[in-house]
Design a protein around this ligand. Sequence first.
Ligand SMILES: *[C@@H]1O[C@H](CO)[C@@H](O)[C@H](O)[C@H]1NC(C)=O
Ligand SMILES: *[C@@H]1O[C@H](CO)[C@@H](O)[C@H](O)[C@H]1NC(C)=O
Ligand SMILES: *[C@@H]1O[C@H](CO)[C@@H](O)[C@H](O)[C@H]1NC(C)=O
Length: 378
Amino acid sequence: MARGALPLLRLPVLLALCLAVAACFCGGGNAAAAERKTVGVHELKRGDDFSIKVTNWGATLMSVILPDSKGNLDDVVLGYDTVAEYVNGTAYFGGLIGRVANRVAGARFTLDGKAYRLYPNDGNNSLHGGHRGFSKVIWTVMEHVGGGDSPYISLYYHSFDGEQGFPGDLDVYVTYRLSPPHVLSVRMNATARGSATPVNLAHHAYWNLGGHGSGPVLGETVQLLASRYTPVDAALIPTGALAPVAGTPYDFRAPAPVGARLAELLRGGVAGYDTNYAVDGADDSGTAATSLRPVARVRDGATGRAMELWADQPGVQFYTANGLGGVRGKGGSVYERYGALCMETQGFPDAVNHPGFPSQIVRPGQVYKHDMVFKFSF
Ligand SMILES: *[C@@H]1O[C@H](CO)[C@@H](O)[C@H](O)[C@H]1NC(C)=O
Ligand SMILES: *[C@@H]1O[C@H](CO)[C@@H](O)[C@H](O)[C@H]1NC(C)=O
Ligand SMILES: *[C@@H]1O[C@H](CO)[C@@H](O)[C@H](O)[C@H]1NC(C)=O
């Protein structure tokens, strides 16, 4: 019976293949468009001491070169030397995360009365957009100005209806820009086409202001402008509560070394910080972004390098690279646990299953926006 059915099945498959090939030649088709989708590495350079590299594989930030207080240049984000290693990698180094960053409990949600199943890639949960989220696809380079006073690159990705289980087409853009004196901005937007969908983009740079290969960041000083956080269960899913940081190892309202209360934190049975904070002054009642506000400050005493992050999102996931171990990165460096910190501004985790959290639903024609501004000094 199976043998008899095969020829019948083959015809539609062949037809689909022919259509796909035809679409390649006629559809999006000219050489320039193809060129812009070729995976490459693009540099932005401002002056002789500030530059970044971006690949359109995952819209990934591959490097950020900055001076220290003595003028020595170093790369302050973890990553790989080649794009092939990013394709292989599982740490999301520098990636643009979507359609929904962070965890979605049970890889499911209900929207407008309809149930959706996502791709579970973190136990039963969906993490960072699923198996093949926005950090694992090829983006199109729309514009690239590599030099001058304000170099930038804009990348575009069309996410299709049903991709990783998400509803509706979505047009997504990200622009990286360098501006004076030493400012990096990452501006994202996404427009829903056809149906409502959750959107929660995040940028997943692993920062080590002492240099990407300089070892643990536990001595770097962190300040988080957040008086509350969202406690989680053992699977890192929020309970739905917003708890005060006061009196807990999560309290970074005053600048403190990353490792200052790590021992106390570890006694709670977790591997390190992997925590969503509610940014002070953000509107956590309504829909996401309003205006830029200070989120975090980080300083490395040894090199004098400092970073101030501003963003317009309700939350920031503070992650101390607890999952890293023996990862071979750039220039032969080996990255271990606590070898970097991530400050991923975004909406709250699993918001799609928590009506009390700021909504991440974007309706057809609506535009999602997310701006991050990193101000470096040394
Ligand atoms: C990809 O990962 C596999 C398994 O970890 C490894 O053997 C291979 O060398 C990696 N390839 C690249 C390009 O990093
Ligand atoms: C996934 O869900 C099933 C069924 O509820 C449960 O038995 C299993 O323990 C869960 N797995 C994890 C990793 O949580
Ligand atoms: C989204 O970003 C792109 C690239 O920066 C820009 O051209 C476009 O106008 C933005 N769209 C919206 C709706 O803001």
